[in-house]
Ligand binder design. Structure first.
Ligand SMILES: *Cc1c(COP(=O)(O)O)cnc(C)c1O
Length: 442
């Protein structure tokens, strides 16, 4: 369930008319619904209630500080994959003992930062990384809690290759067959190797892949404990799906949660802490990208709408071939949830390409998409853009990144200001001066 609804012929984000948001904050703009974010956390809490997990929100899916702060207030911990994300989580008020840290390339500085703050757990991805955490912990006189991220060689057939992370051909995790010796008690003097972590892909549309992954790590856990080790934390990662078609995802989540919780029940009953790391299932359908048609042009075969947002703003269509529902913010006389409006039978539509301003052929949001006739100045809503939207946005073509706005009820406020071109140039200005100085000395 989300809160993007057409009322009296205009898209509303909760109680706020999308047109008002573009007037106030400019275009393009990312808009998030606070109620939808809260609702998605509650749905996950409900779905996984039998194993009472610590929900560590995947910061990389949508990293705005205000989004993180809202989720912390809903009881979420944080899943970070860099020192930068760790600093975001802390700045947003996350308690260190609710933060887990994954990623294949943690630097010594990042490890030090995490140890100094006393995070809950590292999800370590290689033997070499475990060695490094041990040595940094030794230098600081601290003990670190380690979960080994296991690569169980489980891949979901329906998860796109670019986002499958649990297969043997990916760079992620430690091969299942190499893990056991690392759990040997006393092997590392400054570590408690006491957790198991998997993250199998993103998104994973059904529970069977999790069940297969959990079965693999369950065997490992019993081997570890058979040899005198102790596992206190089982982290099954993220990848729970969001619906890019309708936003209606509660049934899928509830069903997946039921099946996965049942598979985890025995481990939970032994007192092990269960952790999940949802990203898109919280943020994707909680955000929308509003963009304006700059030009309508006629191509060889069909009309092309050129938007003021492009692959620099929302990379998913270009990078993953992702399909996002999009529809004009103004649609006279319409009423109802966005996906019903967008699929309304009988609406006069024509097939058009929807593209951005970037000088790349791949800068295309949709090809031959049935849309009502568009004109320059029309505002288009690109739905389900909350996850891997702004967090993957770039400044390619020297285009400043857009503003981000939060809506809660009748109130909308800016949570990230639109960048200015001057911001983009600032870090390069010193280089110009240096070249001039060198030239004058000639
Ligand atoms: C990206 C990521 C997630 C979140 O994936 P979603 O599909 O957004 O739920 C969770 N855990 C790890 C380790 C990740 O890298």
């Amino acid at each position: 369930m989300d809160h993007f609804i057409y009322r009296s012929g205009a898209l509303h984000i909760e109680g706020v008319n999308a047109h008002r948001i573009v007037e106030r904050f400019g275009s393009p703009v990312y808009v998030y619904s606070a109620q939808t974010l809260r609702h998605h956390v509650a749905a996950l809490q409900h779905a996984f209630a039998p194993v009472a997990p610590l929900i560590c929100y995947s910061v990389k899916s949508c990293s705005n500080l205000s989004v993180l702060q809202l989720l912390v207030r809903q009881g979420c911990g944080m899943d970070v994959v860099s020192g930068g994300e760790l600093q975001r989580a802390l700045a947003a008020g996350a308690r260190p003992e609710t933060i887990v840290f994954a990623g294949v390339g943690k630097s010594a500085d990042e490890i030090r930062l995490a140890l100094e703050h006393g995070i809950f757990m590292f999800n370590a991805e290689s033997e070499a990384e475990v060695e490094r955490i041990n040595s940094v912990a030794g230098q600081l006189g601290r003990r670190a809690r380690i979960a080994l991220r296991i690569n169980p060689d489980v891949a979901d057939a329906a998860t796109p290759d670019k986002t499958a992370t649990g297969g043997r051909h990916t760079k992620f995790g430690i091969p299942l067959t190499r893990a056991l010796p690392l759990y040997r008690p006393g092997r590392y003097s400054h570590l408690d190797v006491c957790g198991v972590h998997i993250h199998l892909g993103s998104p994973i549309p059904d529970a069977a892949t999790y069940v297969a992954g959990i079965a693999a790590i369950e065997r490992l856990i019993y081997q570890v404990e058979g040899e005198g080790g102790r596992i206190d934390t089982v982290n099954i990662g993220g990848g729970f799906p969001a619906s890019y078609v309708s936003g209606e995802n509660q049934l899928t989540l509830a069903e997946m949660g039921r099946v996965i919780s049942a598979k985890l029940a025995a481990l939970h009953a032994q007192g092990k802490r269960i952790v999940i790391e949802p990203g898109r299932s919280i943020s994707a359908n909680a955000g929308v990208l509003l963009a304006t048609v700059e030009y309508m042009k006629q191509g060889w075969d069909c009309g092309i709408a050129i938007l003021d947002a492009g692959m620099n703003t929302l990379l998913r269509p270009a990078m993953y071939g992702a399909r996002h529902v999009m529809w004009p913010v103004a649609d006279a006389g319409t009423h109802g949830p966005w996906h019903l409006v967008a699929e309304r039978a009988g609406a006069p539509v024509e097939a058009i390409d929807v593209a951005g301003p970037i000088c790349e052929t791949g800068d295309l949001f949709a090809q031959a998409r049935p849309l009502p006739p568009l004109a320059a100045g029309d505002v288009l809503a690109i739905f389900s853009s909350g996850a891997y939207g702004m967090s993957m946005a770039s400044q390619y073509n020297t285009r400043p990144r857009p503003a981000e706005v939060m809506v809660d009820g009748e109130v909308a406020w800016e949570i990230r200001a639109k960048e200015a071109v001057a911001d983009l140039l600032a870090l390069e200005m010193a280089g110009l001066r240096h070249a001039q100085d060198a030239g004058s000395g000639r």
